[in-house]
Ligand binder design. Structure first.
Ligand SMILES: Cc1cc2nc3c(=O)[nH]c(=O)nc-3n(C[C@H](O)[C@H](O)[C@H](O)COP(=O)(O)OP(=O)(O)OC[C@H]3O[C@@H](n4cnc5c(N)ncnc54)[C@H](O)[C@@H]3O)c2cc1C
Ligand code: FES
Length: 282
């Protein structure tokens, strides 16, 4: 006879898609509630953490919260169609059920960031986890300093989270957008997100930079921030690696002596210096 001593950590909880917001041709935001309403009410997480998302027959993938825990009752997952699991998610309609397990991973150090100015630098879907932090800070406005968002997209039609960006601007956030390639009607900057750093007017003392995007973008942004005088302790980034367990057991997300799922996905550059990883130019 098998005695069940503890909950199976790999067993997902069932959640229902309550709504879907189309961010662009590749990204949708899914608004989800756990079917167990008591669990849904008490569920908590922190910005920067992630869930393992599963769709029957299509496996699992890690996805960051794009909602803030300051607005409980539903979780938002913003998902870019990249492959098997994320492609299957994009086929689902309102009312469909999926599996979620978590929250996992180390979050952004929201307590330590109190009183600092925050400079967010994002590329593409990288704005999803930062949306969680930005809305968290706006909900606790008095606790954080000036907020600046620099966001790079491939083309104007790829700009995601447009409604959020409009709302942030109305709340006093300085938002600058750039695109790699212009399209008709675009009169904003063209160039990599690092070019927006060249035009920053503000004083960077007492500022922490928070970076999220593709690994090459992270590398160029870290180099630029370092050249601008940011110390390794004041640059925070999130990293992505292919995951299996999400909880520090399988070592699939291994990176030198660190695991992205358990030691991260949020790291300061000080945590990463010396590691042989693409994001630092190795
Ligand atoms: C902590 C964390 C948070 C994340 N948050 C988000 C988020 O908020 N939103 C979002 O859209 N994405 C997010 N991602 C990325 C997402 O998990 C990946 O895009 C995931 O691989 C998609 O799964 P899939 O089954 O759809 O793709 P897959 O079918 O696994 O394929 C995706 C791509 O990766 C390649 N690939 C697959 N397996 C491997 C492997 N073992 N080695 C190398 N290449 C491989 C495939 O060839 C394909 O090009 C996050 C990742 C991490 C680690
Ligand atoms: S995903 Fe298994 S150890 Fe990180």
């Amino acid at each position: 006879m098998i005695h069940k001593t503890e909950e199976n950590i790999y067993l997902p909880k069932i959640a229902t898609i309550k709504d879907i917001c189309i961010e662009n041709s590749q990204i949708k935001t899914f608004i989800l509630e756990f079917n167990d309403q008591k669990f849904n009410k008490s569920f908590s997480y922190n910005p920067g953490q992630f869930l393992m998302v599963s769709v029957p027959h299509h496996g699992e993938a890690p996805i960051s919260f794009s909602s803030t825990p300051t607005r409980p009752g539903a979780v938002y997952l913003s998902i870019r169609k990249a492959g098997k699991l994320t492609g299957a998610m994009h086929e689902l309609a309102k009312g469909a059920a999926i599996g979620l397990r978590g929250p996992y991973g180390k979050p952004f150090p929201m307590e330590d960031l109190k009183g600092s100015n925050l400079l967010f630098v994002a590329g593409g879907i990288g704005l999803a986890p930062l949306r969680s932090v930005i809305n968290y800070c706006l909900d606790k406005r008095a606790e954080y300093g000036e907020i600046t968002v620099l966001y790079g997209s491939r083309a104007p039609s790829d700009i995601a989270f447009a409604a959020d960006i409009d709302s942030w601007k109305k709340q006093g956030v300085s938002c600058s957008l750039t695109v790699d390639v212009a399209e008709d009607g675009w009169d904003g900057p063209v160039g990599l997100v690092t070019t927006l750093l060249d035009n920053l007017q503000s004083d960077n003392s007492n500022t922490t930079a928070i970076v999220c995007g593709p690994s090459l973008m992270i590398r160029f942004v870290i180099n630029k921030l370092t050249a601008m005088g940011f110390s390794d302790e004041t640059i925070i980034t999130t990293l992505e690696r292919h995951m299996k367990c999400g909880v520090g057991i399988c070592r699939h997300c291994h990176m030198d002596n660190k695991l992205v799922c358990d030691d991260g996905p949020v790291f300061s550059v000080a945590d990463l210096r010396g590691l042989d990883i693409a994001e630092l130019g190795a």
